[in-house]
Design a protein around this ligand. Sequence first.
Ligand SMILES: [Ca+2]
Ligand SMILES: [Ca+2]
Ligand SMILES: [Ca+2]
Ligand SMILES: [Ca+2]
Length: 481
Amino acid sequence: MFGATVGSLRLFLQSIDSRKTALIWQRTGSQGNEWMLGQSHVTLREVHQILIDASVGGEAGDIALDDLSVTEGACSPADGLYDFEEGTCGWTQEADDDLDWIRGAGHDPVLNSKPSSDHTTNTDRGYFYYLGSGSSRVRGHSARMSSPLISAGKGQCVYLWYYLSGQDPGTLSVYQELSGGGQSQLLSQSGDQGKMWRFTQAPLSNRGSDYRIIVEGTMVQNNQGIMAIDDIQLSSYPCTGPGLCDFEMNMCSWRNVMEYDETDWLRDQGNTQAPSTGPSTDHTTNSTTGYYLYVDSTVGRWGDRALLISEIFSPESTGQCFTFWYHILGHKIGTLNLYVNNRTMYGSGNSLGQHMWTESGDQGNVWWKGRIYLQHKEPFWFVFEYKKGEGSPGDVAIDDLHITPGSCDPVVEPPPTAAPTNVIAIGVGVTVMILVIAIACTTFYILRRRKANSESLIGNDMMEINVAYDLYDCELQDSVT
Ligand SMILES: [Ca+2]
Ligand SMILES: [Ca+2]
Ligand SMILES: [Ca+2]
Ligand SMILES: [Ca+2]
């Protein structure tokens, strides 16, 4: 499934007798320019058919299927993926804590505030683990569950999908616990992050020891929030750094907005593009094999938008610098905007947030660096917005997004020695000016004198007096002349 307006693909089971259908798997929007595996485990008591439903979202995008198979027994999940579809996936609840994580699905009527679908299947039949307002929760109480023992050296990065929604849903922390003892925190998330599954990742340390992943939820008293996790995955590739996305492995925590805009940002390489859209190289690797995000400018109408939203970042006392690389090529190609939003602005109806940066029209076949300095007191997120222009197809792409603590670039602030340097520079400038004026006046004087000498010898004395001229005399003589 790949394209600006690709639509959705859904898998149903239909009973032969009752004709009732049940949705068992679905995807909406671009899933990347590659073949992806989809699977669903079902237990049936009567004869069913499988229905595959693809709906076209617009004029650009492909949905293709290949290698369909039905096998007996549970699905074999990808190596290192814990999707919780078949059960616990070998994860165990710790006994010496206060609560247990609960395995559930969206169709369970127990809690109405939990996610209506899981992340794996994107349906109400897929399973996840959650902690909700139904738990007998006390402030500071926590629930911990641990993964099966993982061999030393397996996995360089852990991917995790989480859901934190409602008022004070608590804190989600993930740890790596070495079998020989010792535990390090991999990541922590808290606060209301909206009714959506969010992605996060953290590097795993490899100290030659087998290890477990520990997922811990810490509750807050008297709240209606919910915390859930799904699709925990070990990647054999290194993570990108915190707050950094180069798009080489995935879109990190950046997500397309599906509801409020007309098209999507697509992740792809330079060498697989239609000839008229997308840069030929990315910024990270400067090669045709490096990945970036781009908008397919060959489709849609003037004013169509593609919104891209970041994860929620925590503020720093030193402020933060957000740098990004952008590539805008093409006549009247459109406008790229960057907004920063937070819960206060969002809650008051400002869905995009504060407008921080903009660039419009053709910027040449070059990757440019953009940056903004932020001093936020509360957690915030970014929104990139591309607005299509009236012009012909071209490139609108971004790459190497990075947020770092502190100010943007030392060049922006004057260095401590700046003042003396400026004084010297001004001094040199004044001296040069005086010299130029002096030379001009001398020349003028000599010319006058020659002229005077040639016209008349009378008044030579007067001219001699003016040898002692100053700058003002020169100006005066000039005006008099
Ligand atoms: Ca427990
Ligand atoms: Ca799942
Ligand atoms: Ca979109
Ligand atoms: Ca890249």
